[in-house]
Design a protein around this ligand. Structure first.
Ligand code: UDP
Ligand code: MG
Length: 312
């Protein structure tokens, strides 16, 4: 049985790259169709994540030019993950591939993904071999982040972003993960089934600028941690225990100095320093707890992850 393939491309203000991305993706489809690896109704789905530029009208044009091109327009900007989810949960196909619009991920790897799927893999991860083209800052923060996540018990595929193939069974499983705040990189490994990886070199953004400024990157990183790990909450408990033990030792010391040595305890330092210190620790701890409470608050509302405004 031949695979019906769907390629999902989230786009946020991507008018500069879109024509080239579309040209290359269509090439891939044509190539795969020529060797009968995928069906004739395999298609590309661009998800316009509330772009402010001409992205949507471009998508509509591209859809008119080729029947294998479709578009989904979200009602407003909801972020990369929500854009991906809207595609993954609504698009037909036996195998769904998600790929960024900026051509940083090698589109020619799609052939290998399809082959792995045909050979029985339910999920195929695209893993980048080198990140030479990313900035030193991005490379190192990403590395530190993956390490941190691993220490906190979150199972992430190293050097894998959101370039992956998911089979129909995996997609249906994904539907059952009900959280509103999706962090796909963390969720997908939880699904299981047979997995495979394909490796490729990450290229430079073809055109345009990164849609992930530092602020969005930090939010995304925090989202990943608080969605998957309770380790920060445990750390607070640990910190509390350590400080209690230290305070107890200090009390013993103060009593000893007062009763046995009968020396004058330098009062100011031993009073004021703990106040500031504990104040700081308490605020920090409350902040961490607050992050989780906020998460519960947002999740209990069960708001829709995305709203679709139009399709072509
Ligand atoms: N993107 C999106 N919504 C957003 C931000 C980004 O759909 O709010 C898309 C963007 O168009 C691109 C992908 O997510 O296809 C990855 O973004 P980008 O390449 O800017 O991120 P980077 O590679 O710099 O991490
Ligand atoms: Mg990119």
């Amino acid at each position: 049985m031949t695979t019906r393939l769907a390629i999902i491309v989230p786009c946020y203000n991507e008018e500069e790259v879109l024509p080239e991305t579309n040209r290359r993706l269509l090439q891939v489809l044509t190539r795969l169709q020529a060797r009968a690896a995928i069906t004739a109704d395999s298609a590309i789905y661009y998800v316009d994540d509330g772009s402010r530029d001409r992205t949507w009208s471009l998508i509509a044009d591209l859809a008119r030019q080729d029947s294998r091109v479709h578009g989904i327009k979200l009602s407003r900007n909801r972020g990369h993950q929500a854009a991906l989810m809207s595609g993954l949960l609504t698009v037909p196909g036996d195998a769904l591939i998600s790929i960024d619009a900026d051509l940083q991920d090698d589109v020619d790897v799609i052939d290998r993904m399809v082959d792995e799927h045909a050979a029985g893999a339910e999920i195929v991860y695209g893993v980048r071999d080198s990140r030479q083209t990313d900035t030193v800052f991005k490379r190192n923060t990403a590395l530190a982040y993956y390490g941190l996540m691993r220490k906190m018990g979150v199972d992430l595929i190293h050097n894998h972003a959101d370039f992956r193939l998911m089979g129909r069974r995996a997609i249906e499983a994904l539907r059952d993960y009900g959280e509103t705040n999706m962090f796909l990189r963390g969720i997908v490994p939880l699904i299981g089934y047979r997995v495979a990886t394909v490796r490729y070199d990450r290229a430079e953004r073809f055109a345009g600028v990164s849609k992930y400024p530092l602020r969005k990157m930090l939010t995304f990183a925090l989202e990943g941690i608080t969605s998957f790990s309770v380790v920060p909450l445990r750390l607070i408990t640990l910190l509390g225990v350590l400080i209690s033990v230290a305070s107890f030792a200090m009390i013993v010391f103060v009593v000893y100095v007062t009763l046995v040595l009968r020396a004058v305890v330098p009062g100011w330092a031993s009073t004021v320093v703990p106040i500031y210190f504990l104040g700081g620790i308490q605020m920090l701890s409350m902040g961490v707890i607050g992050e989780y409470v906020a998460k519960i608050y947002l999740e209990t509302k069960r708001r829709p992850r995305y709203l679709i405004e139009a399709t072509v």
